[in-house]
Design a protein around this ligand. Sequence first.
Ligand SMILES: [Zn+2]
Length: 236
Amino acid sequence: MNFLKTLILPLCLICGMTMVAGCNQNDLGPNAEYINTKNTEYLVLLNKTHPSGASYCPPDLTKLDGSLTLYGKEIELRLYAAKAAEAMVKELHAQGYTDIVVTSGYRSYSYQQSLFNTYIEQEKAAHPTWTDAQVRDLVLTYSAAPGTSEHHTGNAIDLISTNYVSLDETFAQNPAYEWLQQNAHRFGFILRYPKDKTHITGYSYEPWHYRFVGADAATEIHERGLTLEEYLGILD
Ligand SMILES: [Zn+2]
């Protein structure tokens, strides 16, 4: 009996340690070296009160693997964000959430401007008696003004299910959302616009929008239940 105990216990410990080490390695995938970064550019804050200029263009934009994007469309992100996003979506697929893909990443200032202007024209046509300010206020409830979309940083992604290709709160019902809540930080991503933080972020709850900040920052933000604004101490 004692002999068995002395034999089995170390064996279990060794197996357990091997399994833990093996899991960690496999979960982060081949792009593990990109998941964390000391480059503080990846912590850039871009929101309604801290917009970017029209001339801002993020460096090292990198195309995502088309097998991980909706309908294989071309999506770019900054290098580390791209590699970390690929690692995270591959792991989602490995965990059985094979319907989850990336539907948006980097958007240029001019693209956001033309999108915004299109909405303005549509709302003007729909509300001919409204003032310009009224029309703009309405559009701002569903679209970011040029320079205020975090997608302009090249560090933000929108995830979507191939079974339901609309970006709305339905995403929170997808079982992958629970996995993301537990694991996105391990890949350097945070849920950027949580439900109870709208007064700080300035944006409504977006369960589909994830922002790359690197694993160290993401882990601290996750564990302390912070927003990026709170983490950086920039609340104005
Ligand atoms: Zn988004």
